[in-house]
Structure formats: C-alpha cells, structure tokens
Design a protein around this ligand. Sequence first.
Ligand code: AOS
Ligand code: ZN
Ligand code: ZN
Length: 387
Amino acid sequence: MTSFSDITGRLERLAIEVPSWAYGNSGTRFKVFGSPGTPRTVQEKVADAAKVHELTGLAPTVALHIPWDLVDDFKELATYAGDLGVGLGTINSNTFQDDDYKLGSLTNADSAIRAKAVQHNLDCIEVMGQTGSRDLKIWLADGTNYPGQADMRARQDWLAEGLSTIYDQLGEDQRLVLEYKFFEPAFYHTDVPDWGTSLVQCLALGERAVVCLDTGHHAPGTNIEFIVMQLLRLGKLGSFDFNSRFYADDDLIVGAADPFQLFRIITEVVRGGGLDDDSDVALMLDQCHNVEDKIPGQIRSVLNVQEMVARALLLDTAALDAARTEGDVLAANQVFMDAFYTDVRADLAGWREERGLPGDPMAAYRASGHQARLAEERVGGHQAGWN
Ligand code: AOS
Ligand code: ZN
Ligand code: ZN
C-alpha cells in the first residue's frame, strides 16, 4: 500500500507550464470581458505567472505565443523571467489570425501563403534560440466549412512539406510539437483533426516531432486516456494542453468539469512513464479565464493537476494487478476508485508548508491583496487586448 510520504519525491518534480495568454483578457466570439489588473505587457504576464509559481512551486516555466508576446529582446525577457524565478518555455506559433490565412496557412492552396506560414514558424525557431526553449508548438486552425471547398488530400501533402521545412531548422535539442483539434474554427474538416493525423505527420518528420494532446480537443465521450496510453506507448506524446470542457474547446480550469477524467488521464501518464525522471512529456495549461481572475484561476488549475497526480501516484498497482490477473472486475475497479476518492488535500497542505509554501495557495493569494494592487497599478489593464 503506497502512502503519501512515498510519493513526495515524485510530487517534488511535478512541473506544469503556464501559458502567457491565460493572463490576458480573452473571451469568446461573443464578448471579451476585461478585468482590472490584467497585464498590459509581456513582462506583466510573466510577472503574474511568476506569482503562481511563487505560491505553488508548480509552475516554473511560461509558454509564449508569437506574435502576441513579441518583444525587442527575448534574451532580456528571459533574464527578467529568471529574476522572478521562472523560465520561458514552449514557443507557440500563430498562423490563425493573419488575414492571409483565412483559407489556410501551411495548407493554403496558394504556395506564397504556405511559404509565409513556414517563415513565421522559422521566425519562432529564431525566438527559441534566444529563450532557450525546447518546444515549438504548432496548432493550425486550418480547415474548411463546406464539402468541396478544398482538396483535403493535397492539403495533407502541403502540410507535410511545410512541416518538413520547419522541422529541418530545429536544433538537435528542440522538438516540433503538433497539436490536433477535431473542429473550430473550421467546421467541416480540420487539417490536423485527431491524434492519428498528428501522429502520421510526426512520424514522417522524425523522432523530435511529437504530438500535443489538448484535453478540450476531442469529441464528447472520447476515451482520452486511451490516446494518452497509445501515444506514450509509441513515444510520441510530446505535451498536454490541459483544460476542461463541458461542450467543446471551452478552455476552462483543468479538472473543474470532470476531475475523474483528469485522474484517469494522469493514471495513464504515470503508468506510461510520463512522470518519470527521464520523461520529456510536457504538462502545460492552455486555458482562458473569461469570468474569473486570472492568477487565482491559474493557481487553482495547477493545484487541480497536483491533486490528481497525488491521487494517481497512490494507486495501489500491486492490488490492481492482482485483481486484473484474477479477472476480478469489481475488485480492480474498486482499487482504482479507492485511489480516486483518496482525499490528499490535507497531506498536500502539510507538505507544502514543510517546503516553505503556503498550505492553501488560493487562500494565501486572496489574503495577499495582490489582485487589488494590480488593479490599482495597471491602469488600462481592464481594456488590455486579447493577448
Ligand atoms: C486552440 O484551440 C489551441 O488549443 C491552441 O493550443 C491554443 O489555444 C492557442 O494556440 C492559443 O490560443
Ligand atoms: Zn491547445
Ligand atoms: Zn484549444
């Protein structure tokens, strides 16, 4: 039987990358509700991310989105981040907001637009050289809204061609992480809609091309933990974009909609070695905090992941294996559910305090008055743009 003290070593190494855009005003196509204290600059986003890490010890790196987070000097930004106790992480390219990309970017029928999208990703690789980032994450909004609108097969070939040009420019220690999404903003077909497409495109590129699994990017009812298992088994799970959803890609706080699904996903991550010392699976958040304050929203998120990791690490794998071997269905399910229902909150709080962290980071943030200070200092933050 595993006890909490048996798992603290692995908990200690848990690192969840936060996205810069989670700290900006975001929203839906219906409305972006600004909130006081919202960052107005990349530096302020990094400072907010550093506050999350300061109170939780869980979020040592910040993912950037280019061009949203463009600065004149990324080395200076990396130094600024380092002074605050965090590093710059994944670089997310953006070929979904330029008017040229209305009919696609890497899959556009116009070779000049495809070349422009490739160049943007090459520019992101330049940024990676300055930030020291390992991962270039590519998510494409590419797709169509109507049957007949485009040649889906030609688009796969163009995609492969563009990704190959990008991949060839990566450094030996860098990776191309290809994210899939089953729909939105395109509604008839998406050019990287599922893990199979991302996988085959990555296999064609090479060993440093891996899949990003965004937990909000599947049709309702999908067994996401099966995909996690399969990609880990193939050595092709590069990273997660954690969030939660009730309907589509809602980008809500991870674990808020379905903590049991998060637990099931994490158990497969643990089973597949994704939390081992030598694992290069990146755990990242990809969320928007439209109606809640962003820093506490991110604190809640990383705590939710930490809690499910603790529960998954407490899974009695010996008892589970024995029940499975005996074909004892109910016993195996009970062992699994016992781990899920284990309340680890008090143990986690005590362990945090032993390490000089607040036992309850959410309460600590609330009591700090930090949000009110930001609202006062960041005049105009309320209207700060999308990112
Ligand atoms: C879009 O739905 C994807 O999840 C992207 O990973 C991400 O949201 C985008 O790059 C930032 O908005
Ligand atoms: Zn994502
Ligand atoms: Zn998404």
